[in-house]
Ligand binder design. Structure first.
Ligand SMILES: *[C@@H]1O[C@H](CO)[C@@H](O)[C@H](O)[C@H]1NC(C)=O
Ligand SMILES: *[C@@H]1O[C@H](CO)[C@@H](O)[C@H](O)[C@H]1NC(C)=O
Length: 462
């Protein structure tokens, strides 16, 4: 009798196979319950409200990417019954162990289910336990609390634009300045003419001295191109100041990222000396003319869309239209050679006060990403968490001023004010303050100034 049915079934199979792929799969597929571990506690026959007596090839419900059966025939091999067939249709326990599933917030999730816990992916393992990756995250609730509980002089915050990123990603995508090579480091320092007992003001803010000429902090997004952002930022301010406000261009970081490609790596990092070489020899257009488009680090570098030719005496003229077709003004702005300042706090202050904002490299540690307000100093909060949580990388920023604050214990805390390139929602409106005079995070190690190339013809005649 059984054999007959099997034979009949084979003939039927041959006929139906063409018409119904499901049928073929039903006969040849491996036991569904083997996949069924993905569906611990899943309800199929029950949800579909089907239980068919005898054979009924239409008695199915969707199951993952195929179908499962709720008819008695499926019980023949238990190969294609829905996971809840036995319990729901026959009222007996399933003849295979039920996968345990993982509990979370009052729900049971099947084996293989995943969820994202900040920067780590957690997967429900076969033993009914969540297994999570173990990366150090860029935003870390414990570290934020530790900074805010401690007496470090600054506050930390959780930034949604950084949430879910690993610390490694933060260092890979949010910085982007190569450490100056020893040759560049040994560049002759320019010394300011300073009287040793010259008294400098206690507070200085470039935006107050040069209103309308200090440009807002930029946002490099996930482009490791701080070399281009800090260079464009310092050059924009300095050209504005040195032209006495006749020109106030916001220069284009994208022009540098896409066109200054010799030994530079665009959104994967670059050198400051190379950026200044390009600003002197080739020049760049405004950000409006050549807007930032590399928001995400892209595998392929974007082609250079701006070109220029010499018009004599080192000046250049654009030979391409603005990539932003809404803008016609494609003037090229250039600088004179950049010069390195000494690491003396006083000399940096004097240069800043007389000639405008300066560029500085900055060694960025894990806690800096969480900076919200106050005077930053690198803290030891991550030390207990192991080396994975204490990474750092080189960045560059624009210093725009200084000041000092009285601490509750009567001591004076001196600081620099600097513009970062992580947007104006980060820190103090895009700026941060950092301890001054102690080379905090190497901020006084490599400081650069420059002159805008401004000639009489750039000044309108009165
Ligand atoms: C279905 O299969 C189970 C396990 O093989 C068996 O114990 C049970 O008697 C079967 N039920 C029917 C109605 O065939
Ligand atoms: C941080 O912010 C994200 C989203 O903006 C939020 O999901 C997360 O719970 C916050 N974490 C902490 C520790 O505050």
């Amino acid at each position: 009798m059984r054999q007959l049915r099997a034979l009949l079934c084979l003939c039927l199979l041959a006929q139906v196979a063409l018409a119904s792929r499901v049928r073929t799969r039903r006969e040849l597929g491996p036991g569904l319950y083997e996949h069924g571990v993905y569906d611990a506690g899943g309800s199929y026959c029950q949800r579909g409200d089907v239980c068919c007596h005898g054979r009924d090839d239409g008695c199915t419900v969707p199951y993952q990417d195929t179908l499962c059966y709720c008819d008695l025939f499926c019980n023949r091999t238990i190969s294609d019954c829905c996971p809840d067939f036995w319990e729901y249709c026959l009222g007996i326990p399933a003849p295979f162990p039920k996968a345990p599933g993982c509990a979370r917030a009052g729900h049971t999730y099947p084996t293989g289910a995943t969820y994202q816990e900040n920067c780590n992916l957690c997967t429900c393992g076969p033993g009914g336990q969540w297994q999570c990756e173990d990366h150090a995250c860029l935003m870390d609730g414990e570290l934020i609390d530790a900074v805010n509980r401690g007496n470090y002089g600054w506050r930390a915050a959780n930034y949604s634009q950084f949430w879910g990123m690993t610390l490694e990603d933060g260092i890979r995508y949010r910085l982007g300045t190569f450490r100056p090579s020893p040759t560049v480091m040994n560049m002759n320092e320019m010394h300011m003419n300073m009287d040793s007992n010259e008294v400098l003001p206690r507070h200085f803010d470039a935006a107050a001295k040069w209103p309308g000429m200090i440009h807002e902090p930029l946002d490099q997004g996930n482009c490791a191109g701080s070399w281009a952002f800090s260079t464009a930022a310092v050059a924009s301010d300095r050209i504005s100041i040195h032209s006495m406000g006749h020109m106030t261009p916001a220069l284009s970081p994208q022009n540098l990222l896409s066109c200054d490609t010799r030994n530079q790596r665009g959104c994967s990092g670059g050198r400051l000396d190379g950026a200044w070489w390009y600003l002197r020899r080739r020049g760049v257009v405004t950000d409006e003319c050549y807007p930032f488009t590399s928001q995400q680090s892209q595998p392929a570098a974007q082609p250079c869309m701006m070109h220029s030719r010499s018009t004599g005496r080192g000046k250049r003229q654009a030979t391409a239209r603005c990539p932003n077709t809404q803008t016609h003004a494609n003037d090229i702005y250039q600088s004179t050679p950049a010069y390195r300042l000494s690491s003396s706090e006083k000399e940096i202050m004097k240069e800043l006060m007389e000639n405008g904002p300066v560029q500085a490299i900055l060694e960025v540690h894990e806690d800096f990403f969480m900076y919200k307000s106050g005077i930053y100093q690198h803290t030891p909060v991550a030390e207990g968490k192991g080396p994975k949580h204490q990474k750092h990388g080189t960045h560059s920023v624009k210093i725009t001023g200084w000041g000092e604050e009285q601490l509750p214990d009567g001591q004076t805390q001196k600081y620099w004010t600097a513009a970062n390139s992580w947007g104006t929602a980060w820190g103090e409106g895009g700026y941060f303050r950092i301890a001054r005079g102690i080379n905090e995070c190497e901020v006084e190690t490599f400081v650069v100034g420059v002159w805008g190339r401004v000639s009489m013809e750039d000044m309108p005649h009165k």
